[in-house]
Design a protein around this ligand. Structure first.
Ligand code: ADP
Length: 411
């Protein structure tokens, strides 16, 4: 490359020394035929020390294998381009240190020979800054992530707190509601007591007065009749009081249940025996068939309360000379009891309210009643996994059915 050496003129020298990039020119054999001061400085050589050397002395060992091939191909294509294509490029200093570079290759031909001029920039500082930026970004991302996590945790805790407070608020509202209802109940109870107790009490008073007047032995039958009236009315009042106590317990959450194994016939007989005393003229209750062997495991008091309410209603809301059927239908793990009457029935449009507390149908208002019996029967039965349903036709009669489990798993 002596020829080129000789021909290089001062203009090239001035140009090449005035730019900050390193310039390295190689021939087809990849020998360095020219370099500027910037290039020598960059690679740690004295000016002219590079001349005649193979380009490979500027390339770190790990890139040397691929490099000559690339240069060869490049010379063939001979169009200017940037080296690297996304890969990082490195140069090697005389002292062996490796540093990142950026290189643009410019092929040219002069005096029939091909050359490549490489414009090389030391990008150590830029790379270092890039690395710092990447590290800073990473640090910031981690910080943002940590903050987001903290925020999420705080939001979660806040949500939990809100939920807790809502629950506490609901609890307070619920107990307020219960307290209000209990107060209403007490007020209602007082007014009901005044109305509902008046008639039976005056009946009791009359009968008691009359009993006192029948002093002769021949009046024994009359005396017994009045004593029966007194008994009935006291029973009636007792039932009302029981219903009220039930509501109070249900409302205040103090309803407790007691499971016992007992013969079904014991409760049925007792209830029907008591109900017989309330029958109107010509009314009759048909006992259920074949129940002698049936044992149930249930709350005896609740069964008694339910049947008493239903049979008393059947009597109360049916005319004289009607029949009331009590039918027992045993199933595998449960038992249904139907109370069928031929009474006034419940008007269809009012049927949906039957289990509402204090509900009394229009056609029943002349009879005494509080409208709480069915409501508490339903609540108790449902608390014990039982149900109550009915079918009724106005003027024809009603059938009330209770169903309850006969095996209690908790026992
Ligand atoms: P009460 O009988 O004290 O009014 P209940 O809760 O037992 O209260 O009954 C609510 C209402 O349902 C009654 O007032 C009545 O209108 C209607 N009812 C209940 N049972 C019968 C029945 N067997 N036949 C007709 N109506 C009934």
């Amino acid at each position: 490359m002596k020829v080129f050496e000789e021909k290089k003129d001062n203009i090239f020298k001035i140009l090449s020394e005035s730019i900050s990039e390193g310039i390295v020119i190689v021939n087809e054999k990849q020998e360095i035929v020219a370099s500027n001061d910037a290039a020598s400085r960059m690679f740690g050589y004295t000016p002219d020390e590079l001349l005649g050397e193979n380009l490979s002395i500027l390339i770190p060992r790990e890139y040397k294998n691929t490099h000559p091939k690339q240069v060869g191909e490049f010379l063939k294509k001979s169009d200017p381009r940037q080296m690297g294509h996304g890969r990082d490029l490195y140069g090697q200093r005389k002292d062996g240190n490796v540093f990142p570079v950026e290189a643009g290759l410019n092929p040219f031909e002069i005096y029939g020979s091909k050359y490549v001029m490489a414009l090389v920039t030391d990008i150590s500082v830029r790379k270092k800054q890039e690395k710092e930026i990447i590290e800073l970004n990473l640090y910031l991302e981690q910080k943002v992530e940590a903050r987001t996590k903290e925020l999420k945790q705080t939001i979660k805790e806040l949500k939990e707190e809100v939920l807790k407070r809502k629950k506490a608020e609901n609890k307070i509202l619920e107990s307020l509601r219960k307290e209000r209802e209990l107060n209403e109940l007490k007020t209602k109870f007082l007014s009901l007591v005044s109305h509902e107790f008046k008639t039976p009490l005056s009946g009791i008073l009359t009968s008691a007065t009359l009993v006192g007047k029948y002093t002769e032995t021949v009046h024994q039958e009359k005396r017994e009749k009045h004593l029966r009236t007194i008994q009935n009315k006291v029973k009636y009042l007792n039932n009302i009081l029981n219903d009220f106590l039930s509501i109070e317990r249900l409302e205040s959450g103090k309803a407790t249940y007691k499971f016992d194994v007992f013969p079904l016939s014991k409760v049925v007989n007792e209830v029907i025996y008591n109900a017989n005393m309330l029958l109107k003229d010509g009314q009759r209750i048909n006992y259920p068939q074949n129940i002698d062997d049936i044992l149930v495991n249930f709350d005896e008091k609740i069964l008694e309360l339910s049947l008493t309410n239903l049979i008393n209603n059947a009597i109360k809301y049916s005319a004289e000379y009607t029949v009331i059927d009590v039918v027992v239908i045993p199933q595998k793990d449960s038992l249904s009891i139907k109370i069928i009457d031929q009474g006034m029935g419940i008007p269809e449009k009012e049927q949906k309210y039957v289990f509402n507390r204090y509900f009394r149908a229009e056609n029943a208002l002349l009879d005494q009643g509080t409208g709480i019996g069915l409501n508490i029967v339903k609540s108790h039965l449902e608390n014990l996994d039982g149900t109550i349903t009915f079918e009724s036709e106005e003027g024809k009669g009603s059938t009330f059915t209770i169903t309850f489990p006969t095996k209690n798993n908790t026992n």
